[in-house]
Design a protein around this ligand. Structure first.
Ligand code: ADP
Length: 497
């Protein structure tokens, strides 16, 4: 079934495309969320480091600004107490480091006076940035003893009071006995180094990350489900349905071709057989000759009807069936149908009767279409009626004004209720092929033509008792159908189609 495979392949392609889009979106979302979470952690911890740095600077500046009041006694004499900026800063930093959980604050410098002020790798890099690069802060995320930490360093510069111990003359001892370095005002003297443990930030960020990813997954799953359901509802199912319909039609067409070739062969074989006998035995008696002519004529009519039906169905399918609207005398049409159908009725031993209401007016319609409708219904009725049965053609006024009705009644085999709905479909045969075969297009053509003429056809049937096909036609042409549609409606309700 290539078409169904095509529909399935299309669905599969859509599913694969949607999945690829969702996976790409999910991966991008994870990468993006991870990056924004990292940035968020870094900016939070940077703000904390800057706050700590500001506090330490405040201490430094306060001690620097208080040097005079610390070192000058109440009697005005200078007495160096040893409470200077770096000493106070370091003492507070040490206490803070001891008492906080994992935080460290240190003061480091090049050429340190104490071994505790020796910079590590990060601090040395920071000092290089401050002295050579001119920047005033430096930071990075790092690992320390297996813990994630944030390292931050801020440059310390020489203030006026610092010059006392670190300024000129270089090489001479200061108040504390260390040799002065000959530094100038605003030279980089060292750095405040702050380390902040970030485990809690990282854990919080991981939890946040997992929450976002879970939310995204649920959202993506919901979108994909809705998309797939919508696809199935509005794309796959209708496509598969259309495919099934196409397959059905294609099978019906091939069946029709097979049946048709067989059906055409029957009257042709009969024509050839009778002409052969006639040709070989020219001496045949006149009665036999007459029978041969009748048989040949009847087979030819049957053949012509089949070919005409096929041509008409092809025209209907391609929308090329054109009606010839004219004044039509229904009684004339019925007369022609009776004379065309009589040989078949005689051959099958079926009584062919007619009931005419002579008040039926001249109508505006297409006589050829009406003839085809009646001919198909009559030949079916004869075909499906056992010898001795009766087929009646009745023409009269419709129940509603402006409508005429044509009925073909038979006392034949009847049609099962289930089958009554199907018999008007194209290529439908409901299993009575032993009654003279058929191509399954006759009733489809009858219904299509009746509708083209603005009318309709209905059937009432009882299995084993016979069938009545009723064709209701507007006397005034297709436009008349609108006005008298109540008649058609009541018929439609009664017939169970
Ligand atoms: P076909 O050429 O096979 O007769 P139709 O479209 O004319 O095709 O009819 C479709 C089917 O309807 C027939 O095969 C037959 O089974 C059923 N049918 C039509 N007319 C009658 C009838 N008068 N009595 C019983 N069955 C009928």
């Amino acid at each position: 079934m290539p078409r169904r495979t095509g529909a399935k392949r299309l669905s599969l392609k859509l599913v694969v495309s949607v999945t690829v889009v969702v996976v790409v979106a999910a991966v991008s979302y994870v990468v993006w969320t991870q990056a924004t979470q990292d940035t968020a952690v870094e900016s939070k911890v940077l703000a904390e480091a800057r706050t700590l740095n500001t506090e330490m600077r405040a201490v430094w500046d306060y001690i620097d600004a208080s040097q005079e009041s610390i070192n000058i006694n109440s009697d005005g004499t200078y007495d160096f107490k040893g409470i200077y900026c770096s000493m106070a800063g370091k003492a507070i930093a040490q206490r803070f480091t001891r008492e906080s959980n994992g935080y460290t604050i240190r003061y480091v410098r090049d050429n340190p006076r104490s071994s505790t002020d020796v910079p590590d790798r990060f601090e040395q890099t920071a000092l290089n940035h401050f002295t050579v690069g001119g920047s005033t802060e430096y930071y990075e995320m790092a690992g320390q003893e297996g813990r994630p930490v944030f390292r931050y360093a801020s440059a310390l510069t020489i203030k006026r009071n610092c010059l006392e111990c670190h300024g000129e003359p270089a090489g001479t001892p200061d108040e504390t006995g260390f040799l002065r370095e000959g530094m100038q005002l605003d030279d980089v003297a060292g750095a405040v180094s702050i380390t902040i443990p970030v485990d809690s930030y990282v854990e919080e960020s991981h939890a946040e990350f997992l929450r976002s990813v879970a939310f995204f997954c649920v959202l993506a799953a919901a979108i994909v489900t809705v998309l797939l359901l919508a696809m199935k509802r509005w794309v796959s199912s209708p496509l598969e349905q259309a495919n099934r319909q196409l397959e059905r039609e294609s099978k019906q067409k091939s069946d029709f071709l097979a049946v048709m070739s067989h059906e055409l062969r029957t009257p042709l074989t009969s024509i050839i057989a009778y002409t052969d006998i006639w040709e070989k035995d020219k001496q045949t008696d006149p009665a036999s000759q007459e029978r041969f002519v009748r048989e040949i004529k009847q087979s030819s009519s049957q053949l012509l009807e089949m070919v005409n039906n096929t041509i008409d169905v092809a025209r209907l399918d391609s929308g090329r069936l054109e009606l010839q609207w004219d004044e039509v005398d229904l009684l004339e049409v019925v007369g022609e149908v009776l004379s065309t159908s009589t040989p078949l009725a005689v051959k099958r031993g079926v009584n062919l009767r007619h009931e005419i209401d002579y008040e039926v007016p001249i109508i505006h319609s297409d006589d050829e279409a009406l003839r085809k409708i009646l001919l198909n219904l009559t030949s079916n009725a004869i075909k499906f009626t056992e010898p001795g049965g009766t087929v009646t053609l009745a023409v009269g006024l419709g129940e509603s004004p402006g409508w005429v009705s044509m009925e073909v009644r038979d006392t034949g085999i009847g049609i099962r209720p289930d089958d009554q709905a199907r018999i008007f479909e194209k290529f439908s045969q409901v299993g009575q092929t032993e009654h003279g075969g058929g191509s399954g297009i006759g009733l489809f053509l009858v219904r299509s033509l009746a509708e083209e003429l603005g009318g309709m056809v209905t059937v009432e049937s009882k299995l084993g008792r016979g069938s009545t096909f009723t064709v209701l036609i507007p006397a005034g042409g297709a436009q008349g159908a609108e006005e008298g549609s109540s008649a058609a409606d009541s018929l439609r309700e009664g017939d169970g189609r």
